[in-house]
Design a protein around this ligand. Structure first.
Ligand SMILES: Nc1ncnc2c1ncn2[C@@H]1O[C@H](COP(=O)(O)OP(=O)(O)OP(=O)(O)O)[C@@H](O)[C@H]1O
Length: 258
């Protein structure tokens, strides 16, 4: 079985099928793009996969430790523990907290110190805290944010805030990382840097990354496979080369003839 398998997934909002009968698979250790015109259902699909929405129908199944687990309607914090992490289109950091604390909070979900050790501040707790701090700084260094660890998140430049969101998601030790328009609002240089970093993160951490992105050059550059949504339906799937030439995709984007 694939790492994640989605079959006939549907989400209706009143009369609107935002996601309709979608099939979708993710393997371990790959970089996958999810594209489509505005309102195609990309974010809704992420929201279904990460427990924000309960599907109207269909199946989401993940292979965890050799066993199949159904993820339909599982709460977001449980989904995070199962190894799915995400970033949001509109940045959702704890803006009044420091850069470091934003990462530490995410990390505490995986803390091994235990509740009693934390309450009674046992040595185990301090060892664990220091370990987590070092790990957080190491993750922040991916985007050169370790030297900004004590700044408040709200004071970071916009591009850095986007990168901090990625670090925070990585801090939960995901098997699959969903990035919702990570380059939105970035300038061309920042976008180019981010492209390289996303590829590197996927390879270094040996995780699966799924990317929603409107910047086609970014998607075509780094993704091995691409899925295309239009009006809630999956209209195409293939390599960047195949997708560029797919008549349905060209029509969806340009509104021309198939
Ligand atoms: N909570 C909601 N209630 C009602 N309709 C919704 C809700 N969330 C999304 N929709 C609708 O579902 C459709 C798909 O929206 P979605 O945000 O998933 O598209 P998208 O492909 O991510 O678009 P964009 O690229 O513009 O972010 C749109 O018509 C949107 O208005």
């Amino acid at each position: 079985m694939s790492l994640l398998q989605v079959e006939k997934l549907t989400k209706n909002f009143g009369g609107l099928a935002a996601v309709s009968m979608v099939d979708f698979k993710l393997e371990s250790n790959e970089l996958v793009g999810l594209i489509g015109p505005n309102g195609a259902g990309k974010t809704t699909l992420f929201n279904l996969l990460t427990g924000v929405y309960v599907p109207t129908s269909g199946e989401i199944v993940m292979e965890i430790d050799g066993k199949k687990e159904r993820l339909n309607g599982v709460k977001p914090y449980v989904i995070t523990k199962k190894g799915l992490a995400r970033t949001f289109q509109n940045i959702r950091l704890f803006k009044e907290l420091t850069v470091l604390d934003n990462v530490l909070i995410a990390m505490h979900q995986n803390s091994k110190a235990g509740v009693l050790a934390s309450i009674f501040r046992l040595p185990k707790y301090y060892r664990s805290e220091e370990g987590m701090r070092q790990e957080a700084l190491s993750l922040l260094s991916i985007f050169d944010l370790d030297n900004k660890q004590q700044e408040l998140a709200k004071n970071l430049p916009y591009g850095d805030q986007r990168c901090l969101e990625i670090v925070r998601a990585l801090a939960t030790k995901p098997k699959i990382l969903f990035l919702d328009e990570p380059a939105a609002g970035m300038n061309p240089q920042e976008t180019a840097d981010l492209t390289k970093q996303i590829r590197k993160i996927q390879q270094d951490f040996k995780i699966t990354v799924v990317l929603i992105e409107h910047d086609m050059s970014l998607v075509m550059d780094i993704c091995e496979r691409i899925y295309v949504l239009e009006y809630g339906r999956m209209i195409a799937h293939g390599t960047p080369g195949e997708i560029k030439q797919n008549p349905k995709v060209i029509k969806a984007y340009l509104g021309g003839e198939e």
